[in-house]
Design a protein around this ligand. Structure first.
Ligand code: ZN
Length: 279
């Protein structure tokens, strides 16, 4: 299995990142795309990718280079050049995660648009795929992804849209990333209906850890030692080993064999990101 979006630089992993990666391997995760939300983080992830090469108990790692819509206010003119340079490192498998998030608007919409368009440009120039974040953009992400002569390969990570949005993304040739949102009793209802409509050859799976812990996973109780407050903090943490719970729910909803589905998603991700994560 390949987990196409893990926030390995998140502070929730700073105490035990190696153990998290070992558990991922034990759970059958052979590859992880460590996503970056700003350009400095991409450098940190490149260091981690190098480290992974000598760690036999870890999954293979690749990373992204880009600026998340929440961080779009950091984007400067000169960053296109810096992004081009970063993406020339062979461990950078995609540009991103980038896109638009009008749900929280941590950066001004106009700033988000500017950063997103610049990153699409770089993706097209460097022939790298895009890891895309779309939250409540109301079709605008798709609009920017389908400009004439500016159409990078894209995966819509953590898809949470409606049926019409799914249709348009599939029509535009995009891949769809499914997270533990699927397992959420209340928020996942529409997604559970829609995942049946995604063709086998457009599907990828991801945890988006430490966020979006699948509700069907057993509790973390006992996994962490230390103070009560630390244990409380980690109780809801997600990690790549829990990708199996996203896969199980997805296979059940699509009435497919989980192993077959895992294989299919890994093949799609491997080809899309040019990421050889075979064990
Ligand atoms: Zn995202």
């Amino acid at each position: 299995m390949i987990d196409i979006c893990v926030n390995l630089q998140n502070s929730q992993f700073s105490q035990d990142r190696a153990a998290v990666l070992e558990r991922a391997t034990q759970a059958g995760i052979t590859g992880i795309l460590a996503c970056s939300t700003d350009l400095d983080m991409s450098l940190d992830n490149q260091v981690l990718c190098d480290e992974a090469r000598s760690e036999s108990g870890w999954p293979k790692l690749a990373t992204t280079a880009g600026v998340h819509p929440h961080d779009a206010r950091k984007w400067q003119e000169a960053d296109s050049e810096r992004l081009r340079a970063l993406s020339s490192n062979p461990c950078v498998a995609a540009i991103g995660e980038c896109g638009l998030d009008f749900n929280r608007n941590f950066s001004e919409p106009s700033t988000q648009r500017r950063a997103f368009q610049a990153q699409i440009e770089v993706a097209c120039e460097t022939h790298k795929p895009l890891l895309v974040h779309d939250r409540d953009s109301n079709g605008e992400v798709l609009h920017w992804l389908t400009k004439p002569n500016r159409q990078p390969s894209a995966v819509i990570h953590c898809f949470t849209g409606n049926a019409a949005e799914l249709d348009s993304y599939l029509d535009a040739g995009c891949y769809i990333g499914i997270t533990g949102w699927l397992c959420d009793q209340t928020r996942g209802q529409e997604l559970r209906r829609l995942v049946r409509l995604i063709p086998d050859d457009r599907l990828m799976i991801e945890t988006d850890a430490p966020f979006l812990r699948p509700q069907n996973a057993p509790s973390n109780e006992g996994l962490f030692t230390g103070s009560l407050s630390a244990q409380k903090k980690y109780r809801r943490r997600n990690e790549p080993a829990l990708l199996t719970f996203v896969l199980a729910r997805l296979a059940e909803l699509r009435q497919q064999n989980p192993e077959h589905l895992a294989q299919k998603c890994a093949t799609n991700a491997g080809r899309f990101f040019n990421f050889d994560a075979t064990a």
